[in-house]
Write a protein that binds this ligand. Structure first.
Ligand code: C2O
Ligand code: CU
Ligand code: CU
Length: 505
């Protein structure tokens, strides 16, 4: 079957026109008692008080994000350049740096090949590259390729520590469909801090020959968006030890691609955004400020079974979504932004469109998908791996245990599909959401509490948000061998031992 998203884009055009006023009045409308309490709490919770704040992050005390003032140009991570004439193709260096987020101060940060975050590494479907990874930090680190189906030896898990001053060459084979993946450090008990300080980058797998007409000009109509929240101390530093929360460090400052108060000038009518929730712990629900719909085209591991038209997407830490926004029908004088669920503008747009005609581009936009998402046989496979997530703060466990690098928790045969059932066991306080991630695989969600997953989740995934009390079944296949981690991607939970190891043989 040949799928076309032309119809969907057409629908967006119509909906953009008629839902303009939908969300604008949000702030005043719901001044409930709860909100007033929240406001009071917010006032008390200024930076001084939040420093060292150690509390279980239930839903009510998550600090709201400050809206972007739209005064800085959104940074676009540079593309990582191929090395010529060396015995490796790419060079990735973890290093210390400094970043000017605020006027009159400089913040110590970490970055890959720079001061903050890292360059985007683009691999072609089927391509094999050698990457030299080098650690110039003053602490051990690892280089993990989140979502990439590589052998355990190349995966950069916690056992793959690279000491300060050391380097190693890893071989990455992009043997999977086109997708938006990412890379970040993974040293046990240090992951949260190193990511918090700025270590993260995008990793794309590009189609070997372009079979869709999706926008794909990097930085022009195809834009990476790394959303992160940060907490700064009164010296405007990312002092992790002082700021961290063992239930997940959540900040009030929103950064997009490391830019504080960003804005993006849109020059093409049809834009593709590759969104990564790069936060340590915060969940994001993204909307458009005018309530318009957009089209989700991809989940963590690639294109969805079919494009989904929606007015919001929720991503838990480490999840990705690719979306298309059609700006052609929007009035350039009306402010438009990507907002969070509170309506705070996280990324305001400026429109600078010479050409408002999307028809030409979208006419041929389609992709082939001849397969059914899950066969009847796959849906009826019985559960062979049971995972129970439990606890909060530093009492988090998987199947009652904490991570032990010397223990193999599960074994699975290479290339053989098994059904993992993940159960998020509530506690007396109700429990909390855990984003569950498995290395070395792109899985499919079979069901959530027995129900078929939402169309937005009918695509390859490597992380899945699991609510308290929920049971999620995953169809998991490992194409390569080795030892892989599975864990909660609230980075503080991972560091607190909410992680296990599966050996693929
Ligand atoms: Cu984002 Cu264990 O990884
Ligand atoms: Cu991973
Ligand atoms: Cu967790």
């Amino acid at each position: 079957m040949r799928r076309t998203i032309l119809a969907v884009v057409g629908l967006v055009l119509i909906l953009v026109g008629c839902t303009n006023t939908a969300t604008e009045q949000q702030p005043e409308e719901q001044n409930t008692e709860q909100e007033q309490m929240q406001q009071k709490e917010d006032m008390e919770m200024d930076h001084g008080n939040m420093e060292g704040m150690e509390a279980h992050m239930d839903h009510d005390n998550i600090p709201p994000l400050q809206a972007s003032e739209g005064i800085q140009k959104l940074a676009i991570p540079p593309l990582l350049e191929k090395q010529k004439g060396s015995d490796f193709d790419y060079d990735v260096v973890a290093q210390e740096g400094a970043t000017k987020f605020f006027d009159g101060s400089s913040t110590k940060t970490y970055g890959y090949n720079g001061n903050l975050l890292g360059p985007t590494l683009r691999l072609k479907e089927g391509e094999t590259v050698k990457v030299k990874v080098r650690n110039e930090l003053n602490e051990p680190t690892t280089f993990h390729w989140h979502g990439l189906e590589v052998p355990g030896t190349e995966d950069g898990g916690p056992s793959d520590l690279i000491q300060p001053g050391e380097s190693k060459i890893v071989t990455l084979k992009a043997d999977q469909p086109t997708a938006t993946l990412w890379y970040h450090p993974h040293p046990h008990e240090r992951t949260a801090e190193q990511v918090f300080k700025g270590l993260a980058g995008m990793l794309y797998i590009d189609e070997s020959d372009v079979t869709t007409d999706l926008p794909n000009t990097y930085g022009v109509d195809d834009i990476p968006l790394i959303f992160q929240d940060r907490l700064f101390d009164k010296n405007q530093q990312l002092d992790y030890e002082a700021l961290m929360n063992s239930d997940g460090t959540i900040g009030d400052i929103s950064l997009v691609n490391g830019t504080l108060n960003p804005k993006l000038t849109v020059t093409e009518p049809l834009m593709r955004f590759r969104i990564l929730n790069g936060a340590n712990a915060r969940n994001y629900t993204f909307r458009l400020s005018n309530g318009a719909t957009f089209v989700q085209i991809a989940s963590d591991g690639g294109l969805l079974q079919e494009p989904v038209e929606t007015d919001e997407i929720t991503l838990s830490p480490s999840e990705r979504a690719e979306i298309l926004i059609d700006f052609s029908a929007l009035d350039s004088n009306e402010p438009i932004a990507i907002t969070d669920e509170e309506g705070n503008a996280l990324l305001p747009f400026d429109l600078d469109l010479d050409n408002r005609d999307v028809t030409e581009e979208t006419e041929s936009m389609s992709w082939e998908d001849n397969t059914t998402f899950l066969t009847e046989e796959e849906k009826s496979l019985s559960v062979t791996k049971e995972i129970e997530l439990y606890g909060m703060m530093d009492m988090v466990t998987i199947n009652g245990k904490k991570f032990d690098p010397g223990r193999i928790d599960l074994r699975q045969e290479q290339g053989v599909s098994e059904v993992w059932e993940i159960y998020n066991k509530p506690d007396e306080m109700g429990g909390m959401n855990h984003p569950f991630h498995i290395h070395g695989t792109q899985f499919k969600i079979i069901s959530r509490d027995g129900e078929e997953p939402d169309p937005k989740e009918q695509g390859l995934k490597d992380s899945v948000l699991i609510e308290p009390g929920e049971r999620v079944r995953l169809l998991v296949t490992f194409p390569e061998e080795g030892i892989y981690m599975y864990h909660c991607h609230i980075l503080e939970h991972e560091d607190n031992g909410m992680m296990g190891q599966v050996e693929v043989y």
